[in-house]
Write a protein that binds this ligand. Structure first.
Ligand code: ADP
Length: 201
């Protein structure tokens, strides 16, 4: 079995910056958000289960899911929220497990970028977990800039997630992204070389 590294962080903490670099270096990286997106496309497993549960009303004319409607159906009702968390969570986990098992056959080392790695209890899958950490104020600033959001909206989205300070306690390696992109990438290089200068303190 190859070495499997889980990458996580918060919104706009720098996960994509790290995974883009890893892909450039030729590593395989599973992107959990992209996997979920594929599963929710017409014909995908999540799409089928959601339509079966909520009915045709959640399908737009072009066949795609009506995401705003879906979000309001799920978040306005605690029972639907629980159903969604359980059912979608299981299907996503099965799909990620299949991708993991497939890559483990061919790769000596590979990565899985899972934003909710700790929240959804994926830690046991990994030999190492890398947290892309950034201080709150810088995270807020980069998030607002990247997604063109007001401070209020960006703050409320961040407050719906576990804080990076909390996740710090759970990760086996911490990559500090308060500096430049180059500084972030050089921490990745060090970890790939087996250096432990970024190990948790
Ligand atoms: P995530 O994938 O965790 O949401 P991104 O990698 O997209 O985060 O980074 C969030 C935003 O911050 C992007 O616009 C990215 O270009 C920018 N960014 C990431 N790291 C740095 C950095 N060290 N310095 C300046 N901007 C950065």
């Amino acid at each position: 079995m190859g070495k499997i590294i889980g990458i996580t962080g918060g919104i706009a903490s720098g996960k994509s910056t790290v995974t883009n670099f890893l892909r450039q270096k030729g590593f395989q990286v599973v992107d959990a958000d992209a996997v979920v997106h594929d599963l929710q496309k017409p014909g995908g497993h999540l799409y089928q289960v959601l339509v079966q549960h909520f009915g045709q009303k959640i399908i737009l004319e072009n066949g795609e899911l009506n995401r705003p409607l879906l979000a309001s159906l799920i978040f306005s009702n605690p029972e639907e929220r629980e159903w969604s968390k359980q059912t979608q969570g299981e299907i996503i986990r099965e799909e990620l497990a299949a991708l993991r098992d497939q890559l483990a056959q061919t790769e000596a080392i590979f990565f899985m970028d899972i934003p909710l790695l700790f929240e959804q209890d994926y830690s046991a899958w990994f030999d190492e977990t890398w947290l892309i950490y950034v201080d709150y104020d810088i995270q807020l600033e980069r998030f607002m800039k990247r997604d063109h959001l007001s401070k209020e909206v960006a703050k409320s989205r961040l407050s719906a997630q576990w804080s990076l300070a909390e996740k710090r306690k759970l990760a086996s390696r911490i990559l500090d992204n308060n500096g430049s992109r180059d500084q972030l990438v050089s921490q990745v290089v060090k970890l790939l070389e087996g250096g432990d200068s970024c190990a948790r303190d």
